[in-house]
Ligand binder design. Structure first.
Ligand code: AMP
Length: 310
C-alpha cells in the first residue's frame, strides 16, 4: 500500500548548540517521505520554486517516492524556514517563516493518487490539508500534524479544527496539544481532541518518546537512547513517517498495530536527529532499523513481579 503525503518542502536554516546549516533540504513532507519510504511507496504532494536545487529532487528520487504530485512554480520561491534550538532541544524557536509558493498553492491530485488509502496531512496551511483530503475517494487511515504557527491564528485554527474532525490520527507534540486545547494535562487534552472525531492522538515528546491515547487505551513508547543528537528538526515528521509507513506496509490499523508502528516511528526518528537536515535519513537501511528496534525493545522491557495484594 502507498502512503500519500502533503506538506512542506523547504529550504531550512537551522542553528543548534552543535552546529549550523543554511538553505538545506527540509520541510515536513521531505522528512516524512524519506522515513516512510523505508517501509512502502510514497506519493508526494507539494510545491517548490525555481530555486529548489535539482540535487534534492534527485535525492528524493533515489527512494520509492513518486514526485508526480509535486508542482514546480517557474517564477516562484521555495518555502523557507529558519529556526534555532538552545540546549533544550525539545523546543524549536522559529526565527523566520516564508510561505512563498505555498501561499498560492492549489493542489490538484493526479488521478492515481485519489485512490490512496493511507494519507498524511503533514504540517502546512490547514486549508491545503482540507483541500487535499477532499480529493481522496475512500481514505482508510488519515494522519495529521500541525504546529503553533497555525494554532495561534484564529482563522487557521478554525480550518485546523475542520481537518481534525475528519482524520483518524492526530500527531502533535505536547506543547501543540496544550496550545490547541488550552488544557495543560495531556491525557485530558488528548481526550478533548478525541471528542472532535479522531480515533487516536499521538503525542510526540521529543527525547522522552511518544504517547498514544485512544478509546482503547494509552500506550507509551520511549525514544531510542542516543549517544549524540545534533539537530532535532524533522524528528516529528520522521516519527510519523515510520508509523504511517509501517501501518501501510502491514495493513494492520488496529490498536495493537498502531502500538507496533509507534516503535518503528521512534526508531526512524532516532536516525534523523543524529545529523543535520536529512543527511542520516537518506542512507538508512532496514537492517539498521532492525538493530535499533531490538535494542529499544531490550532497554524498555521489564519483568518485575507485581506486588502481592495485601
Ligand atoms: P518538525 O518535525 O516539527 O521538526 O518539522 C520541521 C520541519 O517543518 C522543518 O524542516 C520546516 O521546514 C517545517 N516547517 C516549519 N514551520 C512550518 C510551517 N509553518 N508550515 C509548514 N512547515 C513548516
Amino acid at each position: 500500500m502507498t502512503v500519500l503525503v502533503v506538506g512542506s518542502l523547504a529550504l531550512d536554516s537551522v542553528q543548534t548548540p552543535f552546529g549550523q546549516v543554511d538553505d538545506v533540504l527540509g520541510g515536513a513532507a521531505s522528512y516524512f517521505s524519506l522515513a516512510a519510504s523505508t517501509f512502502t511507496d510514497v506519493q508526494l504532494v507539494g510545491v517548490i520554486g525555481a530555486d529548489f536545487p535539482e540535487q534534492h529532487l534527485d535525492l528524493l528520487g533515489t527512494r520509492p517516492i513518486d514526485l508526480n504530485g509535486l508542482q514546480r512554480i517557474p517564477n516562484g520561491k521555495t518555502f523557507r524556514w529558519a529556526g534555532r534550538y538552545d540546549y533544550d532541544l525539545n523546543v524549536a524557536h522559529t526565527l523566520d517563516t516564508q510561505l512563498n509558493v505555498f501561499a498560492e498553492f492549489d493542489p490538484q491530485l493526479p488521478d492515481e493518487y485519489r485512490s490512496s488509502e493511507y494519507v498524511y496531512l503533514a504540517n502546512i496551511l490547514p486549508s491545503l490539508q482540507l483541500n487535499v483530503l477532499s480529493q481522496i475517494r475512500a481514505p482508510k487511515f488519515v494522519g495529521l500534524d500541525s504546529m503553533n504557527f497555525w494554532i495561534g491564528n484564529p482563522d487557521t485554527k478554525k480550518d485546523l479544527t475542520r481537518v481534525i474532525e475528519r482524520v483518524t490520527a492526530v500527531f502533535m507534540n505536547d506543547a501543540e496539544i496544550r496550545q490547541y486545547t488550552g488544557t495543560y494535562h495531556l491525557l485530558q487534552a488528548a481526550r478533548q481532541i478525541l471528542s472532535i472525531g479522531p480515533r487516536v492522538v499521538l503525542i510526540k515528546k521529543g527525547e522522552h518518546g511518544a504517547m498514544a491515547v485512544s478509546r482503547e487505551g494509552v500506550f507509551v513508547i520511549a525514544a531510542y537512547p542516543l549517544e549524540e543528537v545534533k539537530d532535532p528538526t524533522g524528528a516529528g515528521d520522521s516519527f510519523a513517517g515510520g508509523v504511517m509507513g509501517h501501518l501501510a506496509e502491514t495493513g494492520d490499523i488496529s490498536w495493537d498495530g498502531i502500538r507496533r508502528a509507534m516503535a518503528y516511528g521512534s526508531v526512524v526518528a532516532s536516525f534523523t536527529v543524529e545529523d543535520f537536515s536529512v543527511r542520516r535519513l537518506v542512507s538508512l537501511t532496514r537492517s539498521e532499523l532492525r538493530d535499533r528496534l531490538a535494542l529499544l525493545r531490550q532497554v524498555t522491557e521489564f519483568q518485575t513481579d507485581l506486588l502481592p495484594a495485601s
